[in-house]
Write a protein that binds this ligand. Structure first.
Ligand code: NAP
Length: 266
């Protein structure tokens, strides 16, 4: 029986992944900031819930130590994250810091805590949830893009560095997915000059994937034994990335700019 360690398991993609792996007979260590609020996953046999805020360095250390003592861990799913949306000039420094601290540094720290363990047992796999926002860019999500682009590059580098130890690194890049992402979780910052344009831009984003569909791609990445870094999750993610590769980064940027300018005139 294999075991997966999941961050941000309280809702959306993380929770769907816990349920899918559990249904496939895996043991799951589901971590979340507020385990006391969890009522569904706590009922599942072979699912252990542990507390973890990925911005809390001490808690990462204690929770990872506890998890390793509990079970032989095969896969770490770095999923915890949220989006900061708004005009660059509207952000307070603490908003920028929290976004980077959660999405980027949180993933790095959890991974770092597991590397020696995977290295000593000579196998392991990190699956990092990035986003199509880690491969293309739109206005008003620049700091979110910064974290997700960083995760893509960092994951690629790490996959090479850890290859001699039989440790894999994979990224999952979903397009818009139904979850608490745009409602409860996002930090939407207002600015009178940009608000209209931002609402139009965000209103154009389609959230067509279900969290369960993304969980299926995570499961594929976890079990296909392929030496493949990047998995796009959702038709929109595939089409968007294919378009960027087809016309090149500069033309793609111009195309998004034209769409954005046209949107402003409406
Ligand atoms: N939904 C999309 O359209 C979409 C598209 C591409 C990528 N993604 C990525 O998918 C991942 C999961 O998002 P989701 O769509 O499933 O949204 P979600 O339903 O809002 O889930 C986000 C999860 O991250 C957790 N989280 C936030 N900050 C945390 C922290 N400091 N420490 C530990 N956990 C923390 C949340 O926990 P709490 O319950 O405690 O807040 C929640 O469990 C994120 O990395 C997101 O960037 C989402």
């Amino acid at each position: 029986m294999k075991t997966i360690f999941v961050t941000g398991a309280s809702s959306g993609i993380g929770k769907a992944a816990v349920k899918l792996f559990h249904s496939h007979g895996w043991k799951v260590i589901a971590t979340m900031r507020s385990p006391e609020k969890e009522t569904e996953l706590s009922q599942l046999k072979n699912v252990t819930i542990l507390p973890l805020d990925v911005t809390d360095v001490k808690q990462i250390k204690s929770t990872v130590e506890e998890a390793i003592l509990l079970d032989k861990i095969d896969i770490v799913l770095n999923n915890a994250g949220y989006a900061l949306f708004g005009a660059m000039e509207a952000f307070r420094d603490e908003q920028i810091t929290r976004q980077i601290n959660t999405n980027l540094l949180g993933t790095m720290r959890v991974t770092q805590a597991f590397i020696p363990y995977f290295r000593e047992k000579k196998n392991g796999l990190f699956i990092n949830i990035t986003s199509i926002a880690g491969l293309v860019a739109y206005p008003f999500s620049h700091v979110y893009h910064a974290t997700k682009w960083a995760l893509e590059g960092w994951s690629e580098s790490l996959s090479i560095e850890l290859a001699p130890f039989n440790i894999g690194v994979k990224t999952i890049s979903p397009s818009g997915t139904q979850s608490d992402f745009l409602t409860r979780s996002s930090d939407l910052v207002s600015h009178p000059v940009y608000d209209d344009a931002m609402q139009k831009m965000l209103g154009g984003f389609k959230f067509t994937n279900t969290a369960e569909q993304v969980a299926e791609i995570i499961c594929e990445a976890a079990t296909d034994d392929k030496d493949q870094l990047r998995y796009l999750a959702g038709e929109s993610a595939k089409a968007t990335y294919a378009r960027r590769l087809e016309i090149g980064a500069e033309e793609f940027r111009k195309e998004i700019t034209q769409t954005y300018l046209a949107l402003q005139k409406r």
